[in-house]
Design a protein around this ligand. Structure first.
Ligand SMILES: *Cc1c(COP(=O)(O)O)cnc(C)c1O
Length: 408
């Protein structure tokens, strides 16, 4: 990924407003007039470049945001959606029809898992969940009906690392599409540069970064995105997971500072992970040498943006996890909340929240223990102070040995 700097690619894009504004004007319309009836017909047929028809199909504001995210991922273009699930579901339904099969990582976002496991079989689409960190297991799961190989770059919540280049090779060999959810690692990893066909984000998380909206995007080739938006058979057009223009304009402004935020999330998370591990806590963070995917991840990332803001610790039991989270929230160290990418640290116990869609026995099988706490580390200015205060909480609850540590 030398010479590919996603943040520079975003910054090089300039969009001006109608009156020379430094931000683009927001398209506050659901429908658009045509000077000639012929142009309207051509636009329906998809043959009128630069003409807008109806905002469920596309709008100027949504195209601006889509272009910026495509520049970030190094794909030809992108389609923004009203949520990450809107991007995932429309993409999978575009690529798979009744009788088709998906091979997916078994450690993925709970909503994606539930969609594949519970919803798609009703449409005749089945999924085999495998350990995608084992390439031979992935290849063994592929059948003649397989159309999609699905994984997350950094998996939720176990933070396993996908060997995207290795998976892309398998996908090419079997002529199937590699779809990668890159929500945990924007800027750090550009999956399309490693061979992924389609890259998806929940914009709700780091990219928007202010926990004020949900949003999603599918990045891919022009022809795939045209398919998604096709008026006759496009899943994004016909299912209608359309983002509102006011929202996409707002997300676009937050995207402008993503590179600065990612550096701080990564810096803070590495600082805490190194110290927690040193204190004897079971800590999982891709930036730690003890992480099984560390060397692989190191070879995949754009180092400027680091190993990301997500980490987990295991405090032994759900009761201890809950006590610790409540105490940390009480001390204003973060919020007991799902989601990620906020300025404030967010923590939750995935087994009873974001991954609760996954049955208990399967949770255990994949190593999702009930004392696990997932952290989305915030933009704390003084991470040394945060560390000391978190450590105090753990000592008070007997999670760490009591040693005299003072905050000041
Ligand atoms: C949150 C999340 C999603 C779903 O996105 P929404 O915006 O909530 O619909 C998908 N994948 C991952 C990895 C996520 O964290």
């Amino acid at each position: 990924m030398k010479n590919f700097n996603p943040a520079d690619n975003i910054q090089d894009l300039q969009y001006f407003g109608e009156f020379g504004g430094v931000n683009p004007s927001i398209s506050d319309s659901s429908t658009y007039t045509f000077l000639s009836a012929k142009t309207m017909f051509d636009t329906f047929e998809g043959n009128a470049e630069g003409c807008y028809l109806y905002s469920r199909h596309s709008s100027p504001s949504n195209l601006y945001l889509g272009q910026a995210l495509a520049a970030m991922e190094g794909t030809e273009t992108a389609n923004v959606t009203a949520s990450g699930m809107g991007a995932i579901t429309s993409t999978l339904l575009q690529l798979c029809k009744a009788g088709d099969h998906i091979v997916s990582s078994r450690t993925i976002y709970g909503g994606t898992y539930a969609f594949m496991k519970n919803f798609l079989p009703g449409l005749g689409i089945t999924t085999t969940f495998t350990d995608t960190t084992k390439l031979h297991a992935v290849e063994a799961a592929i059948t003649p009906n397989t159309k999609v190989l699905f994984c997350e770059t950094v998996s939720n919540p176990l933070l396993e690392i996908a060997d995207i280049a290795g998976l892309a090779k398998i996908a090419k060999k079997h002529n199937i599409k590699l779809v990668v959810d890159n929500t945990f690692s924007p800027l750090s990893v550009a999956p399309a540069k490693l061979g992924a066909d389609v890259v998806i984000h929940s914009l709700t998380k780091f990219i928007n970064g202010s926990s004020d909206t949900v949003g999603g995007v599918t990045c891919g080739t022009q022809s795939f995105i045209d398919d998604l938006r096709n008026v006759n058979n496009g899943a994004a057009m016909l299912l209608g997971p359309t983002m509102d223009s006011l929202r996409s304009a707002s997300i676009m402004k937050n995207l402008r500072t993503l590179h600065i935020r990612m550096k701080q999330h990564s810096y803070n998370a590495l600082y805490l992970a190194e110290r927690f591990e040193n204190d004897g806590l079971k800590t999982v963070y891709p930036g730690l040498e003890s992480h099984p995917g560390h060397e692989l991840y190191k070879s995949m990332i754009n180092h400027e943006y680091g190993y990301g803001g997500m980490m987990t610790i295991d405090v032994g039991s759900i009761d201890k996890a809950n006590e610790l989270m409540e105490l940390m929230q009480h001390r204003n160290l973060g919020y007991l909340a799902v989601s990620l990418g906020f300025y404030k640290t967010l923590f939750s116990a995935p087994g009873t929240s974001t991954s609760s869609e996954i049955p208990l026995d399967e949770q255990q099988q994949m190593g999702l223990t009930d004392g696990l706490i997932r952290f989305s580390i915030g933009l704390d200015n003084d991470i040394i102070r945060t560390y000391k205060m978190m450590k105090n909480c753990m000592q008070e609850l007997g999670i760490l040995q009591q040693v005299a540590v003072s905050v000041l």
